[in-house]
Design a protein around this ligand. Structure first.
Ligand code: GCU
Length: 525
């Protein structure tokens, strides 16, 4: 089995397999520095992974789309045998649960690698602009494992060189920058700065301190490329660096005809190329954390991102283990991507039935997101109150932005309900239409009433856009969806195992008529 890779697309016999897979490989390891530690890093394993090294059980990770690290010191030897059991079964108690509108790929579908770090190393860092509208202060949090001391944070291009003292392995600092010399990141100006964080371990001032035999001859050094910007929700507007912005976007799944859920920098850049051809500046990465490299490339390309954890549909909201799983996935996503300037919104879920348990569960996640990352916005694809035909969801009290999925003209044939819904609503926050659309089989032509014809899909897009234009509280769009994607719930003669709401066919080449509707609208915006 190739790693990274899903077993579903690597062997015909395993295409529909939803059980456990056992991966085994040997590897040799020898430390290169005194006191070096070895960490085994997994970028993503769907869904639950149990790790055994040289016959020692090291732990289990839940969650199919977030990274995790296993410290193998004390177990690693010169010759090693690694076994990973990956269980892809769906369950009503997991996040997502057993019913999703996408394909359940399984396996070690993202990279697995060994990391060498010094005995005392920098484990986590978070460097961002203080969102106070002055663009003049940068806050840094650093976490170190294995000891204490100081870190020196440097941003040469901004003449920043700051020392932060660590206590119990953590340190925080706020320092001034000259707003005149700070080039703020935006889609038009995706400026990033080289940031370095050098660790000066305790008692290491003079280089070879009096410490034990594990003193390393230099402190750990982290280099990152970080952009600085401010994102805010104010009234019904979203402000980027103090200026109103309209999010011209589209939703995407992590689904590829040949690669399954595995992706590559080339596929990510191709997705961003298609977005830019649509004159877009924003992507909703649905419905789970995408590959780490997506936000890195979006930073470089100037694309704004909505990132989401798969709290999707009827989750077991009353189960505390389920909540822990969801909160852990949220924390792992935020810790992975909070230095990525392109990420502006954390989404705590999608289309969840409105019960008290759901409210407690998802408002808890919203609070957790704010605790881990104060400068970003929190949202979710919320519900419409269908009886009052109004944008109304108790969850929106806990979010900065209200996401709305609506399929008037498709699942609900009465298209007029959309303008009634929008006219009945007076949201006190910005609204993003996080989903709308229709299915179309690429190449299928017909009248505008022929379901699954490209003409029908295009006609619906034209009506949706014409309606949105009348409501200024709509601050962004992410129509469902950029590419057709695999979906075992859809087997009629037009869908054949795919959700065909893509604006581009699953071949990621053939555009449908409706693509041009979004391209023209975003150009005009
Ligand atoms: C839902 C859901 C999507 C689904 C889409 C559809 O709103 O959020 O995951 O694929 O509608 O029915 O196509």
């Amino acid at each position: 089995m190739a790693v990274p890779g899903t077993w579903n697309v690597q062997s015909k016999e395993l295409f529909w397999y939803e059980g456990s897979g056992i991966y085994m490989r040997t590897f040799r390891y020898a430390p290169r520095e005194a006191g070096e530690r070895a960490l085994l890093c997994f970028e993503g394993a769907a869904y639950e992974a149990s790790v055994f090294l040289n016959g020692v059980f090291l732990g289990t990770h839940d969650g199919g789309s977030t990274p995790f690290t296993v410290d193998i010191n004390g177990v690693v030897k010169p010759d090693n045998r690694l076994i990973v059991v990956v269980d892809a079964r769906r369950s009503p108690l997991r996040v997502p649960m057993n019913n999703t509108d996408w394909f359940n790929y399984g396996g070690l579908y993202r990279d697995v690698y060994l990391a060498r770090v010094p005995g005392v190393y920098i484990k986590d860092w978070f460097v961002r602009l203080v969102p106070d509208g002055t663009f003049s202060k940068i806050r840094a949090d650093v976490v170190v494992v294995g000891g204490d001391g100081k870190v020196v944070l440097a941003i040469p291009e901004l003449d920043v060189q700051e020392e932060i003292t660590l206590r119990d392995g953590a340190g925080r600092g706020v320092f001034a920058v000259n707003p005149e010399s700070l080039s703020l990141w935006s889609p038009e100006n995706p400026k990033r700065y080289d940031v370095s964080i050098r660790l000066l371990p305790e008692g290491d001032g003079a280089g070879g301190g009096a410490g034990g035999d594990l003193v390393q001859d230099r402190g750990d050094l982290i280099r990152d490329r970080i952009g600085f910007r401010e994102i805010k929700a104010q009234g019904q507007e979203i402000l980027l660096n103090g200026k109103k912005i309209f999010l011209k976007g589209v939703s995407v799944h992590e689904d590829h005809a040949l690669l399954g859920k595995t992706t590559t920098p080339e596929v990510i850049r191709e997705t961003i190329r298609d977005l830019k051809e649509m004159n877009g500046n924003y992507l909703r990465l649905a419905h789970y954390p995408h590959d780490r490299r997506f936000a890195r490339i979006a930073d470089e390309e100037g694309v704004l991102l909505w990132e989401e954890i798969p709290v999707y549909w009827a989750i077991a909201f009353g189960n505390k283990n389920t909540y822990q799983d969801a909160e852990n996935q949220l924390a792992e996503l935020i810790k992975r991507d909070r230095n990525r300037v392109s990420v502006i919104i954390w989404s705590v879920g999608n289309e969840n039935p409105d019960t008290d348990e759901r409210l407690r569960f998802m408002s808890g996640l919203a609070k957790r997101a704010r605790k881990l990352d104060e400068p970003r916005l929190v949202s979710a694809a919320c519900l419409v109150n269908h009886t009052k035909l109004k944008i109304e969801d108790r969850l929106s009290e806990f979010t900065d932005i209200i996401g709305i999925n609506e399929y008037y003209g498709w699942y609900d044939p009465d298209f007029d309900k959309l303008s009634q819904l929008l006219s009945n609503s007076s949201p006190d926050k910005p609204v993003i239409i996080t989903e709308f659309g229709a299915g179309a089989r690429s190449g299928q032509r017909g009248s505008t009433d022929d379901l699954f014809s490209e003409d029908c899909q295009k006609a619906l897009y034209l009506k949706q856009i014409a309606t949105f234009k009348q409501y200024p509280f709509i601050a962004g769009l992410s129509p469902w969806i950029l590419y057709d994607f695999r979906c075992p719930r859809r087997f009629n003669r037009y869908q054949e195992g795919y959700n065909r709401k893509g604006l581009i066919d699953a071949d990621r080449k053939t555009k449908k008529l409706a693509f041009s509707v979004m391209r023209e609208f975003y150009k005009e915006r």
